[in-house]
Design a protein around this ligand. Sequence first.
Ligand code: FES
Ligand code: FE2
Length: 433
Amino acid sequence: MLSSILDQGSYLILSDFERQQQVLTLARSLIFEGVEKLNGPASRQELEQQGLSLLHNVLAAEQIGPLRDLVMPTLRPALLEMVCSIGRLLGIDDEFFVDDYTILRINFPYLVAKEASRSAENPGIGRVDESTRKQSVASKVVDPNYNPKAYHNNEPPAAWAHGAHRDTWTGHSRLGVNLWWAVDNVPEEASMVFYPGTLNADFEPDRRSLYLAEGYPLPKPVKMSLRKGEMLVFNPEVLHATHLNTTSVTRLAISARINPVRPRFSTSCFYAREFWHSSTNIEAGHFDRVLRFERNENLEPAIDRSVVPPKFPQLIELEADSHDNEWKRVCESVKIAEGGKLRVRFGNENVLLIRTSAKLHASQANCPHLGVALADGFHDEKQLFCPAHGLAFNLQSGLSSCTALRLRMYEVEERQGDIWMRATNRASVHVAA
Ligand code: FES
Ligand SMILES: [Fe+2]
């Protein structure tokens, strides 16, 4: 099992494992208790009636951090034990390591989270042992290129979602195995997004976001729903992302990480997750013994990948006014093969032309969420997937599963071997996504 995850980049979903029900019950009851401590018994009662997936109805986004502070220290020993038993289930016989950094991922629906204040925590922020916290604060490293606020377009941190990445790009260890555990039912559009087959592909991160740089086309994303209690186990070097939570429910998951061997870090990231528990200590009940593997002493030379330059679809620049109704000739039809894309600078607007087997479509070229270039996203006959957070846009209408995020569409026609387009009828499309 372990080698297929590590060597082939596959993933598996565990539906039944040791300590699963006991720790799930503990995690859920700690969340209910935390809500009661923060907002009183009436809020707890309301949450018990409505279900945890409606947590955002009783908790403000600004209280996600305080709730984590209440839940994680008590949950930590039981969680470490459960993670350790999963390591054994995966077939690791010898001593292995469990990351001290664990995350209670609370992703409110995007439309709720985007109204939060700046002080509300990012869903991807974890918690560590108290001793680790003090040491990490003392040795914090800052990279001047890294600017997550700019990537997230200054949206409140509670609304942030991870773009496509490998975990070693963000300071995690080599040869890790990620555990991602559904504390409540997780619908597909609030889940993880995977790009199978990308384990050994040549991709580069953008140094400003540590997510995939522009110019690397992605394969079809795999999205998966999980039932309450199911555990996704995957190789974090396969490109993966967080789906923008376009549902009306809060996503609740806990993530942890195993390293079958002593953790080592990539030279490509400026910091490293240095604090770990050994399976020997966890199995002996020593949950507060944390080992430190200092980055500088545990670096591994970068994997020798050829540096592949980014590849962008052809760009055609047209003089145009997007407010008039005039048709403009773009280029010869043969410039876009079936399944291909072409970028057009239409006056001062960026447009993406996409050819399916049936027809040509023209849409705005950047995602209405954070402006990421859609040219790298996979498309099929009906949909274009954003390469950042997996959102699917209908190629006919531009609609997505989020009412606030819709692509502007352009009219496009082929006449006697040429492609023509114009920017009209923007409000007249009524096709369902
Ligand atoms: S940038 Fe987030 S879904 Fe496109
Ligand atoms: Fe990740």
